[in-house]
Design a protein around this ligand. Structure first.
Ligand code: MCA
Ligand code: AMP
Length: 500
């Protein structure tokens, strides 16, 4: 039996599915291309039996065909970051050990280097030379099988692989289809990275599940996107707060006619969604003032998909993230382990439901520790206020959200501590108007050493993705300590914010 996303695509046959720099792909073309890719991956095998396959293809029809092809052959999709350094990729690839990596054109040198050092073959695909399907019978894929592994940073210095099953992804998608009323009439731009749930599930997979049309951009380009919005191409829009902030600025910089057209395009959307990081109330208000649209804010996580959302109809109160999505159970648990009842008391958000991930790849202990009584512990703290959840913050000071990306302070610290001039350091997230939080580091140097911010950033650039590079650097004689003699991260943060 076909996977649901495949059987649904069959219903839309000749309808346009994806528009990218190479033109339009219909649902029928995606199905044919994915069958050919599946057969090529299978070779003489009947089923890839959950072999991992890396995906390093930019957003577009070929990316979708490759993703579906891997699934149809029984493989597990491992999307690769388009920003990662060779060292980061090598660490992740060594962990998940893909059988091969699907790429197109000239793959990023970082991918070539990492794959080369681990002996992982790169399979090149191009639209014009895709293998034609011979009509072989593809394996039946049970819903409980592994489908995807995403790399996520957290409270450990090494990122983890989050494993989702086909059933889990289907549950995440159908919840959004119902709550946000996706239909085949929907048209949406895709400019978010395709190695996170936001771009993969909320935008790409939900759109294709519904039979809608996706405009794929290789990256976020405000001018190109505003042009299409102004042309009235879209019914839906999904982005992180940093992008809405940039759009406000870009619209303000347009000549009168273009500005009016862009605003009219946004005003005509049936829905605009913000998430991945807190949407400042001021930006919610600014967007409303500009477009007449109330942004719908939602809350999710790689491990669970989307959990909370403002209602489609009903109050979209700034500063809150709404109510549980269909199929998702949410509870708040206080520090003593008690379930918070009633309102106005805070607790950790815990989530249960069919969309929750299966496991951290190869880390049974970390998987076990992240659940309690069958509930996933998100590490985010919230309060239920007048019927809607409001996020108060995170339990761990070591998780930073910058421009929608989740970063681990510990991972950045580990890279910095390798520098011979650095004796100690503490990385924190500090409030930032553009990025939500910006990465900041306080460093203690070895006696007699000097290190300027530019050199420190250069060191990081060779080892870490660009968005992990500290934006603010201060050299101190010693790191502030708490009563237990450990580095006090709140006090480190105060070095940058001036607070105490
Ligand atoms: C780029 N830079 C960043 C970030 N992005 N620095 C900090 N934080 C970032 N997020 C760096 C660039 O490397 C560059 O550094 C400098 O900032 C300016 O780059 P620019 O070209 O202006 O940025 P950009 O390439 O246009 O990217 C900005 C962006 C991007 C479009 C906002 O960050 C983005 O797509 N964010 C969305 C991420 C996302 O989808 N997150 C969802 C994951 P230099 O000048 O030094 O070279 S969360 C998720 O999936 C969960 C489930 C959920 O709830 O959604
Ligand atoms: P990720 O691990 O990249 O999937 O990021 C998930 C984290 O993003 C969550 O644990 C939250 O801390 C944060 N997040 C997602 N959506 C929101 C939101 N609407 N408001 C505040 N934080 C959010």
């Amino acid at each position: 039996m076909d996977l649901p996303i495949i059987s649904r695509a069959r219903r839309h046959g000749g309808a346009p599915a994806v528009e990218d720099h190479e033109g339009t792909w219909s649902y029928g073309e995606l199905l044919a291309a994915s069958a050919g890719i599946a057969e090529q991956l299978l070779g003489a095998a009947a089923d890839l039996a959950e072999a991992r396959v890396g995906l390093a293809i930019p957003a577009g029809g070929l990316h979708v065909a490759a993703q579906w092809g891997i699934w149809r052959a029984g493989g597990v999709v491992v999307p690769l970051s388009q920003a990662a350094t060779a060292a980061e990729l090598e660490q992740f690839l060594a962990d998940v050990r893909p059988a091969c990596i699907l790429a197109t054109g000239a793959p990023r040198p970082e991918v070539v280097a990492a794959a080369g050092s681990l002996g992982i073959p790169i399979v090149h695909l191009a639209r014009e030379t895709l293998p034609a399907a011979r009509g072989l019978v593809l394996p039946a894929i049970a819903a409980g099988r592994r489908a995807m592994i995403l790399c996520t940073s957290g409270t450990t210095s090494r990122p983890k692989g989050v494993v989702s099953t086909h059933a889990g992804l289907s549950a995440q998608i159908t919840s959004l289809i119902e709550a946000w009323r996706w239909s085949a009439a929907d048209r949406i731009p895709l400019f978010l990275p395709l190695y996170h749930i936001h771009g993969i599930v909320n935008v790409m997979s939900s759109c294709l599940w519904a039979g809608g049309r996706l405009d794929a951009f290789s990256r976020f380009d405000a001018a190109a996107i505003l042009d299409r919005v102004a042309a009235g191409r879209y019914t839906l829009f999904m982005a992180v707060p940093t992008i809405y902030g940039r759009l406000v600025e870009a619209i303000a910089g347009l000549p009168d006619d273009a500005r009016q057209a862009a605003v009219a395009g946004f005003s005509a959307l049936r829905l605009a969604v913000s998430g991945s990081a807190a949407l400042p109330a001021s930006l919610h208000a600014r967007w409303h003032q500009l477009t007449g649209q109330q942004l719908l804010e939602r809350y999710g996580m790689t491990e669970i998909g989307m959990a909370l959302s403002h209602p489609y109809d009903g109050e979209r109160r700034a500063g809150t993230v709404g109510v549980p999505l269909p199929g998702v159970e949410v509870r708040l648990v206080d520090d003593a382990g008690g379930v918070v009842s009633g309102t106005d008391a805070s607790g950790e958000i815990q989530v249960r439901g069919p969309g929750v991930f299966l496991e951290y790849w190869g880390q049974p202990e970390a998987t076990r520790d992240s659940f309690t009584e069958g509930w996933f512990r998100t590490g985010d703290v919230a309060v239920l206020e007048r019927g809607q959840y409001r996020i108060l913050g995170r339990r761990s000071v070591d998780i930073i959200k910058s421009g929608g990306y989740k970063l681990s302070a510990l991972e950045i610290e580990a890279a910095l501590l390798d520098h011979p001039a650095i004796r100690g350091c503490a990385v924190v997230g500090v409030p930032d108007d553009e990025w939500g939080e910006a990465v900041a580091v306080a460093a203690v140097l070895e006696p007699g050493e000097t290190l300027d911010a530019q050199t420190l950033r250069g060191w990081c650039r060779e080892r870490l993705s660009p968005y992990k590079i500290p934006r603010r650097v201060v050299v101190v004689d010693s790191l502030p300590q708490n009563a237990l003699g450990k580095t006090s991260k709140p006090a480190v943060r105060a070095l940058f914010t001036g607070g105490t």
